[in-house]
Design a protein around this ligand. Structure first.
Ligand code: GLN
Length: 542
């Protein structure tokens, strides 16, 4: 029997609902249950693919090519369950489904309304595309209770609660219990108000998860329980922790998963949490420390690089070192003599990015890494910039560039349509609107025998996730190879360069895909493990 858990948030945004859902998923999994996690976002965009990273943070891409909310990254990292397109839905998608049905006459002349038509579509989504053997489906409702946008979602989960009954549904509400210095006290009123708001919508939360920066005294817990009509044991303190990977353990100690099981009348052995403790131990007791410069554009909104930062942490876990990240805006390298910012770092990473602004700075960073023998990891845009740098400074193609920035003499990076027509990939890219026009999702790459990546992956074929429009231009392969760049990963048809590397350099790899999306704390991505190892070797040199 599949049970449905709904996670809502109150008081303020950014309380970490996504992490809470992911951690509960991990706890239930550690008790031997099969879980699936889903995100319902109230905004009108059909997906976050067209949203600026400044607005929305990272766009997390699934194997099946969906552009989704970054919370799906947390779910996948915490549970290891690969997210799917059907695990993410927005108001925009719900409405386009409903309007599509209306245009096709599927409502048989009815007046189409939020209740029941929109709420029905939401309920359908929550229960759609399941394997059938899931024990728990956790659905996180984006936004904060009280927002106009989230009302249809809350109404839909209220209805589901009624239809499936208490034995199959559970409502968790995440709130904030702030400390007010002038009163010297933690305050429960915001939580009371938030629960009142939920009650007004017909939802009585079963469990309250209370975020706080310090322990919540007994008295305050009792008060929350009394005023919010929740059992005291179900007022769960969610205190700040030093690493997100300690959240499952911290929740377990407060009885969160026990109360979830009690609600459903499930008696189950204690969860196996040893592997979580092991990870946290490795993070807390590093045997060294290194610094990686991340040279990007969205460096003042670190949510834009969520998976990347986690993958670097995982590489640190694998090598048992602390990884310090030096976030540098690439534009600074466009002034003279600024590369000295990179002098003290042990590795340079240029992540994914879009547009011309800051691109020359990234090319400078790649050049610095290549010339100084500093480990370099170029991801997507970071690979493209490394190829432009090699073209200009190794292959002597002074006018090398990317057509993303306009026409150039040597388009070493460009759109495939500029040099091929009608191949299978182009057909796979949806046309028409801006959404989904990129190469998205999992693609296979074939690794060259004897290459560094072949050794790192220990495989001849890999599958990784993509999100980009431009490609390294196959017509320049020969000239770049003559200059020393090795094309060590190619698409199976040999048309698309997927990986480049520089032999003779301590560690210089560029990949067209996003390996950070598949890295997990228990399964650090091999490229991140190897990159951190190379940086560690570098730190012993300097
Ligand atoms: N802007 C580049 C492209 O579209 C790189 C995209 C990325 O780094 N994700 O190909």
């Amino acid at each position: 029997m599949t049970r449905f858990i709904f996670i809502t948030g109150g008081v303020v945004s950014s309380l970490g609902k996504g992490l809470s859902a992911a951690a509960l998923g991990a706890l239930l999994q550690a008790r031997g249950f099969k879980v699936r996690l889903r995100k319902l976002d109230p905004y009108l965009n059909v997906d976050p693919g067209t949203m600026s990273p400044y607005q929305h943070g990272e766009v997390y891409v699934t194997d099946d090519g969906a552009e989704t909310d970054l919370d799906l990254g947390h779910y996948e990292r915490f549970t290891g369950v690969a997210a799917r397109r059907s695990d993410s839905v927005t108001t925009g998608r719900i409405y386009s489904t409903v309007i599509g049905r209306e245009r096709r006459g599927e409502y048989l002349g009815a007046t189409v309304q939020v209740i029941p038509h929109v709420t029905d579509a939401i309920k359908e989504f929550i229960q759609a595309d399941l394997d059938g053997d899931e024990d728990f489906v956790l659905s996180e409702i984006g936004g904060t209770v009280g927002d106009i946008e989230s009302l249809p979602f809350l109404e839909a989960i209220r209805q589901l609660g009624n239809e499936l009954g208490r034995e199959r549904t559970l409502f968790v509400h995440l709130t904030l219990v702030p400390y007010i210095p002038s009163a010297g006290e933690l305050k429960t009123k915001p939580t009371q108000h938030s629960v009142k708001e939920l009650l007004g919508l017909g939802i009585q939360p079963d469990i309250l998860l209370c975020r706080s920066d310090r322990p919540i005294p007994e008295g305050q817990r009792k008060k929350i329980a009394l005023f919010c009509n929740v059992r005291e044991s179900r007022v769960i303190p969610a205190l700040d922790v030093d690493t997100i990977y300690d959240v499952p353990n911290a929740y377990h100690l407060q009885g969160f998963d026990r109360e979830v099981c009690n609600h459903f009348g499930i008696t189950q052995a204690e969860p196996q949490l040893a592997r979580w403790s092991e990870i946290v131990g490795r993070i807390r007791r590093p045997e060294g420390e290194i610094t990686i410069a991340v040279v990007g554009k969205y460096t003042h909104l670190l949510d834009s690089y969520k998976s990347l930062a986690e993958a670097l942490t995982h590489g640190g876990i694998a090598n048992q070192v602390k990884v310090n990240l030096d976030w540098l805006d690439s534009e600074i390298f466009e002034q003279d003599d600024t590369v000295h910012h990179l002098e003290a770092v042990h590795g340079i990473l240029v992540p994914g990015g879009f547009g011309e602004r800051g691109a020359e700075g990234k090319i400078q960073a790649a050049r610095f890494a290549r010339e100084r023998g500093v480990p370099y990891f170029g991801i997507c845009f970071g690979m493209q910039m490394a190829v432009i740098e090699a073209a200009r400074n190794l292959a002597g193609l002074g006018g090398a560039g990317s057509t993303e920035f306009g026409p150039c003499e040597h388009p070493v990076v460009g759109l495939m349509t500029e040099w091929t027509r009608g191949n299978t990939l182009e057909k796979r890219r949806a046309g028409g609107d801006l959404g989904g026009t990129m190469r998205l999702g999992a693609y296979t790459a074939v690794l060259a025998a004897g290459s560094r990546v072949g050794e790192i992956y220990g495989a001849a074929e890999i599958s990784e996730r993509h999100r980009h429009r431009y490609e390294v231009n196959i017509h320049y392969k020969g000239r770049l190879e003559d200059a020393g760049l090795v094309f060590s990963g190619m698409s199976p048809d040999g048309e698309l360069p997927e990986i480049v590397e520089l032999p003779g350099h301590p560690w210089f790899i560029g990949v067209q895909y996003h390996p950070e999306l598949k890295s997990k704390p228990f399964e650090p991505h091999p490229l991140f493990t190897a990159f951190i190892k190379a940086a560690l070797d570098q730190s012993r040199l300097v």
